[in-house]
Design a binder for this molecule. Sequence first.
Ligand code: BES
Ligand code: ZN
Ligand code: MN
Length: 526
Amino acid sequence: MLHYKDPVGGDATSSNQVLCSIDEADGGAYEFSLIAPDTSEFDTDCVVVGIADDGRFSTMTANVDDATSGRLSDLIGHGLLPAKLGATLLVPMDGPGDVRASLLVGTGPDCTVEPGQFRKIVEAVHEELVKYGIGDATLYLTGIDVRSKSDHWKVQQQVIGFGVAAYRFRGVHSESGRSTLRRVSIAASGALEPALREGRAIAGGVCTARRLGDASPNVCTPGFLAGVARSLADRFERVSAEVLDEEEMSGHGMNALLSVGQGSAQPSKFVVLEYRPEDGAGDAPVVLVGKGVTFDTGGTALKTRTAMARMKYDMCGAAAVIATIRAVAELQLPMPVVGLCACAENMPGSRATRPSDTVTSMSGQSIEILNPDAEGRLLLCDALTYAERYRPAAVVDIATLTGASLVALGRHYSAMFANDDALARDLLDAGDESLDKLWRLPLSEEDISQLDSDYADMANMGDGTAGCIVAALFLSRFAGSLRWAHLDVSGTAKTHGEKPAATGRPVAMLMQYLLQRSRATTGGPP
Ligand code: BES
Ligand code: ZN
Ligand code: MN
């Protein structure tokens, strides 16, 4: 467990007392292993096999059926089978070996499914295993054909699907409520250990991002995020953490960033996390930049009660950055990755910025703060300028930046903007591969005049049309000559409705991007 005690001084809040932890077990709730699909040793409680609507088993399961002397085929003879994709049927068994049950899961009309459907099948299986209190399962799901996907991908998805589904937010509840499932064997042939390792690290990253996102805003303050970053540096030898306080930020001229936290009693923090591999530490890094607004009241442009309700999730960009660095360090990727988190709380205190205040950013460009609720871009612009010092290979910022991106794209695609087509393509590929999808929107030059201001080089908002594009255009003025992409994750970082929860997006996509990049440079496994 990583313990971190919130160091907030001065105003006594209950967070002084709360001891929060980032669970080391995240993504590691289960003991995963690979087994040969044709093994005749069944030391497992439950075998899990895919079956199509017409009663055909997916490949790899023949030896399971043989071992049960055709018990499974008999059932199908009786017309008992899951009727649709993701539906399940638990069948009590008496052997072979230790097997006490088999779980049949429907794969739809035939044995070939789409990548997203495979993930649904994995999640349905996890839910059933937990529901029946099964402690040990062997999955034969790699035998399901997934359109255009390798066994490597299928194994990775099983580990991620299970690892992420094991996540439970504990908050300050007293009970931990772990499921009984412990050991998960995945039937697959070939040298797929890397898929297992990657899946574990990615699941751990996704869970970390979820845990930080779900944490209460009186616990998860800028100082808390800084503490989490420091504890990552303590845990991983190749990670270093540096935290700039307000005075140091002021020294750098980060006045746009500092303006956001001015109305809050919580001091703002700028978190610098650097991962350097043993070899290639001097290569140009990928720099990830995260928006870490630990609560967004709108400042003096106060939000309504309903609009404000979910604004503890406004630090999900920073959470994704911290979580990705954790996964990178765990996998010991052969390339440097830097995480920059701009952390502040947007409150309407007496020192808060007013609509029409002007500030000068670290880049020297001045900004008229027409709307103190458009604070994310104020944090990020200085973080982007800071990123220049790394001469990065690429910069990707991640932010819950605008409600407009949620309106435009909904909950399934994160909005992506880029000033470089190759970077955009790489990120889109990574999104498809990880099922953590992006949709590219234009940096339309025609809209840039929306930012014209009579009082400063630019205003921090436009006329209300194309809101997420205008926000991206604002940032593009600070990206300068960087190879840069911006992800607006307002719609995807958390679920919506009655009980919202952090999703951990886009950690899986970022990890896929970094893995693809490291394979391209080292020529490692596919
Ligand atoms: N954090 C919000 C964006 C947001 C809204 C994220 C809803 C998730 C769900 C951001 O700081 C904000 O308030 N943006 C304003 C910008 C506007 C004032 C130009 C918005 O989207 O209304
Ligand atoms: Zn915000
Ligand atoms: Mn805001």
